[in-house]
Design a protein around this ligand. Structure first.
Ligand code: BTX
Length: 326
């Protein structure tokens, strides 16, 4: 934590700060200051040190630490506690384990690498080390299990808005919560809950965003994309993590007070690539096609099949013209 506070001092200074001043402000010895600077340099921070002037932060690495994410956060709860990992099996699994050990509401779990990144329905999520944002939010809301599908809509909209604002790219949502750019997936979201019959005990919202990935395996190259591939440049990840959390918290707090509002739904529908398109609904035992015509306040997709509306609240929906369904 001392290291993080020294980093904050360097960032606020925008110039030289002497070792003497740092040691007085932090209440530590000059040699402790020197050791922290060494540790920061090892983490990739470029810090100049000159006798009689002190220290100056020249540049920061693209790391997802509390020190890099926190300055961009405007949240009261989300990300106020951040757990970071170089490598973990899955940030969703880690969030669940830490929930059992009492991690607080709104905790963020973020890893450089996952070796068992998970998608929905037992599928896997791939991501090269440092190439994306692999993170999970732990939420402890007082809601019913049936409300959780609405929270997944909020997550989808939050990522979509943050990506648009941060990169300027035309991100859209594929209902309920994949985020696409030019018809290819840039983000997947896996929401998992533990619940009693009528009450959620904990909720883990896992978000994977492809940021600086320049190539996908052959099996994904027609359906997956990244910010760097779309924009032709690299992006720092920490500000995007914070933007997602900022947008998520705004809509999440409103949801906890008022449920899904018409205002939320209007914004969601404006950015939803599924509406107005032919879709194929695949559920255990049947497949049906129709036109995606609306989204209800409960977060369900309404599909006109020609034999009356079909209301879909889960399962798999393929959208014609998007991600390989022609
Ligand atoms: P999904 O089941 O909709 O998507 C998984 C499918 O997407 C895979 O079967 C594969 O075809 C494709 N896919 C795999 N990796 C990628 C990728 N990087 N980009 C685009 N397409 C891909 C979506 O599941 C939910 C994914 C959540 C991932 C986050 S990462 C942080 C957290 N931890 C964790 O283990 N999962 C979540």
């Amino acid at each position: 934590m001392v290291k993080e506070e020294i980093l904050n001092l360097l960032k606020q200074q925008h110039g030289w700060i002497s070792g003497e001043v740092i040691s007085q402000q932090m209440g530590i010895t000059r040699s402790a200051v020197w050791k922290c600077m060494k540790a920061l340099k090892e983490q990739g921070y470029h810090i100049e040190s000159v006798t009689n002037k002190g220290y100056r932060l020249v540049s920061s690495p693209d790391v997802l630490t509390w020190g890099e994410i926190h300055p961009f956060l405007e949240t009261r709860m989300l990300g106020q506690k951040i757990y970071t990992y170089d490598q973990v099996d899955s940030t969703n699994l880690e969030a669940r384990r830490m929930a059992e050990r009492g991690a607080p509401d709104g905790s963020l779990f973020v890893a450089e690498t996952q070796n068992q990144g998970r998608g929905r329905l037992g599928r896997s999520w791939i991501g090269e080390p440092g190439g994306g944002i692999w993170m999970s939010l732990l939420l402890l809301p007082q809601v019913k299990p049936s409300d959780v599908s609405q929270i997944t809509l909020i997550a989808g909209l939050a990522v979509c808005l943050a990506v648009r604002q941060y990169s300027g790219l035309p991100a859209l949502i594929k209902w309920p919560n994949d985020v696409l750019i030019h018809g290819k997936k840039i983000c997947g979201i896996l929401t998992e809950m533990t619940a009693e019959i009528d009450r959620v005990s904990s909720l883990v919202v896992g978000i994977g965003i492809n940021v600086n990935i320049d190539q996908f395996p052959a099996t994904l190259k027609d359906t997956a994309t990244s910010l760097s591939m779309e924009a032709g440049k690299q992006f720092a990840r920490a500000p995007l993590v914070a933007s997602v959390l900022n947008a998520f918290e705004r809509h999440y707090f409103t949801f906890l007070e008022q449920g899904i509002t018409h205002e939320f739904l209007t914004q969601y529908k404006q950015l939803c690539a599924t509406l107005g398109r032919q879709v194929k609904v695949v559920k255990p035992g049947y497949v049906q096609e129709g036109l995606a015509s609306d989204i209800t306040l409960a977060g369900e997709l309404v599909v006109d099949t020609g034999q009356g509306p079909l209301v879909v609240n889960a399962g798999e929906v393929s959208v014609r013209g998007i991600m390989g369904y022609q």
